[in-house]
Design a protein around this ligand. Structure first.
Ligand code: NAD
Length: 456
């Protein structure tokens, strides 16, 4: 069932069960809930707008599993749903997660042991509105974090079936959540994960969602033009437009996060239990740049730069992503407000990042080189890139500036799973081309001349 067939849904985990929980307002210092009431069913109720019941759509994924742990550690009451598509997609690409992933049952048990609190989990397909409606009625979320989409550009470019699947999956899950908010929890805050890739790489500064424009003598504040670079990225643009419209006509509150590329294996809340580590993929479709580079470093494979390797993007460590999402959740917008946050730590080009990974690897005794390959994508390889990111900083985001230290932690984690990466190393070289071809890309000989690239 590679593209994700329909399936029935089941409730697999339960929160507490009779345990008296005390919640209410959030302590502004540490964000933990304090004081308050149990609803008598072991589920906690929000007082005075204190945000405590958070539903994570796509909780089994890379970000979802980490965020669930982070929010539980902060005292929130967390539930999630997933249909395990990500596991199937990666298998379809001939790969697996470098970090071994337990079944959801094992994950839930490990989580309970670690933090003493259970995660309420439903297995099912978020494209099924009845499934979403049931979760909303049972859990009554105060906030929803929507990760439940297919996040891969190459996967969406494979062929017509994959393009249609990615767009319909991503647009449908968003629609279902929007309608459930409108009809069941109209005050709830929807935090939707978009991507910086929605903007593309315009030769202009990129604002956070909107910009002031003067045209033929008149002025307006309009959505900044989106120039996505894959069917996946366009699915995110369509989702953004739908949320913007729904917020306006139904008075919903929504935060649309234009997130940069995330890297990392862990956050502090995970402790030392391997079952709590989040997944980490390295195949061509689901292995994002730094995650893939670190896996390559661990097995002595060249770090793979596509084309000239000067594509500039916003990046952020996993722990920063958790920090930013928490800030968004704990500082909700007004009713009817649709806001856009650009979420990243810093902009780097991929050659700079590869050299940071090589430095981090060298500190651990690994000798790594970066090499350029053909670029299977249609994209600019050397370009202007100046996105703004002020909103989250204003809310208190403290970026991790020592990204090499993050990379070292990551490489150390991954060194324990060298055999798993080695076993699937064939997936490190892509074969999905944006023009529809399916053939392995080749190393560029000689490498592109770095002097031919403009300094930025
Ligand atoms: N990881 C990054 O670097 C990054 C960067 C920018 C934006 N994002 C966005 O963040 C979100 C989460 O990313 P991720 O890396 O955690 O992806 P992921 O694939 O690991 O997580 C998504 C989860 O949603 C589930 N899912 C998908 N469709 C579903 C459906 N119809 N019903 C039920 N479950 C479904 C998947 O099984 C998966 O577990 C995505 O929307 C992605 O576009 C991620």
């Amino acid at each position: 069932m590679p593209l994700g067939g329909r399936r029935d849904f089941v409730l697999v985990g339960m929160i507490v069960g009779g345990t008296q929980l005390h919640v209410g307002r959030l302590d502004p210092g540490n964000g933990r809930a304090q004081g308050g009431l149990s609803d008598g069913h072991g589920r906690i109720a929000a007082l005075d707008g204190g945000l405590v019941r958070i539903f994570i759509a796509g909780v089994d994924g890379y970000l979802g599993w980490a965020l669930a742990q982070h929010l539980i550690a902060r005292g929130h009451d967390v539930a999630g749903a997933d249909t395990f598509f990500r596991r199937q997609w990666v298998e379809e690409m001939g790969s697996w997660s470098a970090t071994p992933i337990g079944s959801m049952k094992e994950r839930l048990q490990a989580l309970k042991k670690h933090c003493g609190k259970e995660l309420l989990f439903w297995e099912g397909d978020l494209r099924n509105y009845g499934f979403v409606e049931k979760i909303f009625r049972d859990f009554q979320p105060d906030a929803i974090v929507h990760f439940g989409e297919c996040p891969s550009a190459p996967y969406s470019m494979i062929d017509v079936d994959h393009a249609v699947f990615v767009q319909t999956n991503n647009i449908t899950t968003t629609f279902n959540l929007l309608f459930a908010v409108r009809d069941i929890r109209p005050d709830a805050h929807l935090v939707k994960l978009g991507t910086m890739g929605e903007y593309g790489t315009p030769n202009l500064e990129i604002p956070e969602g909107f910009f002031e424009i003067e045209y033929r003598g008149r002025k307006d504040r309009l959505p900044f033009p989106r120039q996505a670079g894959s069917w996946y990225h366009w699915s995110k643009v369509h989702g953004s437009n739908n949320i913007m419209f729904a917020s306006k006509i139904w008075n919903l509150r929504a935060t649309d996060i234009m997130q940069g590329v995330v890297f990392g294996t862990r956050i502090d809340d995970m402790g030392n239990d391997a079952l709590l580590l989040t997944r980490l993929d390295f195949d061509q479709a689901f292995g994002t740049a730094v995650n893939r580079f670190c896996c390559q470093a661990v097995i002595g494979h060249p770090l793979t730069l596509f084309g000239k390797g000067y594509q500039r993007r916003g990046f952020l460590p996993l722990r920063d992503s958790m920090q930013c999402l928490t800030l968004s959740l704990e500082n909700p917008p007004e009713s009817g407000e649709y806001r856009v946050f650009n979420q990243f730590e810093e902009v780097y080009n991929v050659t700079e990042l590869a050299s940071k990974v090589a430095n981090a690897a060298a500190a651990l005794g690994l000798d790594v080189e970066a090499r350029n390959l053909e670029n299977p994508r249609k994209e600019l390889e050397d370009h202007y890139y100046q996105p703004e990111h002020k909103h989250l900083l204003r809310l208190g985001y403290q970026p991790t500036h020592d990204v090499e230290a993050e990379m070292r932690i990551m490489i150390e984690d991954l060194m324990g799973y060298r055999d798993r990466i080695e076993a699937k190393k064939a997936v490190l070289i892509p074969d999905v081309w944006w023009d529809g071809r399916r053939e392995k890309i080749k190393f560029l000989e000689p490498a592109p001349d770095p002097d031919g690239v403009e300094a930025r």
